[in-house]
Design a protein around this ligand. Structure first.
Ligand SMILES: Cc1ncc(COP(=O)(O)O)c(C=O)c1O
Length: 381
């Protein structure tokens, strides 16, 4: 029998510093923006942290065999992906990882290709290393976001070096299927691109018929050109514990990646590593219960959006994020409009797609229902 986990009882986040609730401190605005959930971390994670705190000594710590084993077994169990211990490079965060990927591919002025909308730090990363960002929009057709294959092919140039992929995708919630991944991998092979695949949301697939496939798991030749970035942070809701990792099977790519880290990128926090081990080893039952709860929340979001005039959204296959098209409602600034109505959403413009907002449904059903009702009323529906 699965233990019962409580996702319904609200935990007051106003009493501790934090971005999500802190932004609207003292104002009656429900925060459904930044990508963390309002739920307590899984009990085995909290217990492992408590046990480690009881030791009371927090010296410098490298990844230990039990941690490496928990990650390797977790990736094999949850995604059918078999990796070697040597392929792992520990990082304090995934954003660090994709900025490093930009820095080690090509030289200043070379091009980095990605699709919009996308998690905003993707759009800043190439410029941080003097690379040139090239974007093409994903296409929306038949209720689903897809790659516009012709537009992507046409966007490539002799200076293209890196393809930045987000899968499962923030913000559109797609889990790219084998056919789409094969096409991307072939494109990378034809143009000799390195692939940086941010798979931080891979534990949050809601649709059973859309399993997450790491692009590097397609075959050894794709793996050779790929830097995969993962973390326990989104799935088990521990983002501020700062522990992530890259999986890089090619030794020369891995050497370049590690070299770029020297003297700049710190080790992950020891408590983050303790939490990661517990999450990958013992976080399965909690994750199963979480996904059930999120599926229920997704249904509530989709049903509410159906009643809102001029508002549309594709049903996310993964994540706790809904990417909402407000263009039909002719709102001058949708995020500001909903904020004035008491709901804090993420503005689509920094994702490269103005006219949209992103709603985070990783919260209690009571809060979600209240927020959606405020949105509905604001739209006069
Ligand atoms: C796609 C994606 N990548 C990376 C991150 C952040 O990763 P980190 O906090 O490990 O740098 C997020 C957070 O929302 C995200 O959605």
């Amino acid at each position: 029998m699965n233990p019962i986990f409580d996702f319904d009882t609200p935990i007051d986040r106003r009493r501790v510093p934090g971005e999500k609730w802190g932004r609207y401190a003292g104002r009656d605005i429900l925060p459904l923006w930044v990508a963390d959930m309002d739920f307590a971390a899984p009990p085995p994670v909290v217990e492992a942290l408590q046990r480690r705190l009881d030791h009371r000594v927090f010296g410098y710590t490298d990844a230990w065999p039990g941690l490496v084993e928990a990650v390797i077994e977790g990736l094999a169990r949850d995604h059918g992906w078999r990796i070697e211990p040597d392929w792992l490079v520990w990082l304090p965060g995934v954003v660090t990882g994709f900025n490093l990927a930009c820095r080690i591919t090509g030289e200043a002025g070379d091009e980095v290709l990605t699709a919009t909308p996308v998690y905003p730090p993707f759009l800043a990363a190439p410029g941080n290393s003097d690379r040139r960002l090239v974007t093409r929009p994903l296409a929306f057709a038949d209720g689903r976001w897809r790659w516009d294959r012709d537009a992507f092919e046409a966007a490539l140039s002799p200076r293209s070096r890196l393809l930045m992929l987000c899968n499962p995708h923030n913000p559109v919630g797609r889990v790219f299927d084998r056919d789409e991944l094969r096409w991307l991998a072939d494109l990378a092979e034809r143009h000799d691109l390195t692939i940086c695949s941010d798979e931080i949301h891979c534990g949050l697939v809601l649709d059973d018929d859309a399993p997450h496939v790491p692009i590097a798991a397609l075959d050894a030749s794709v793996a050779q050109r790929t830097i995969t970035l993962m973390a326990p942070s989104k799935t088990w809701n521990i983002p501020a514990l700062y522990c992530a990792f890259a999986v890089i099977s090619d030794s020369s790519l891995r050497r370049r990646f590690r070299h770029a880290m020297h003297g700049i990128v710190p080790h992950p926090n020891v408590l983050g590593m303790v939490a990661a081990e517990a999450a990958y080893r013992d976080g399965g039952p909690w994750r199963t219960a979480l996904l059930d709860y999120l599926r229920g929340n997704r249904d509530i979001v989709m049903a509410a959006i159906d009643t809102m005039p001029g508002i549309e959204a594709a049903r996310p296959q993964a994540t706790y994020l809904a990417w909402i098209d407000c263009r039909g409602a002719r709102l001058e600034d949708p995020a500001k409009f909903f904020e004035a109505a008491g709901v804090g959403l993420s503005d689509g413009a920094p994702f490269g797609m103005p006219g949209f907002v992103r709603l985070n449904f990783g919260c209690t059903r009571t809060l979600l229902t209240e927020a959606l009702e405020r949105m509905r009323q604001a739209l006069g529906s």
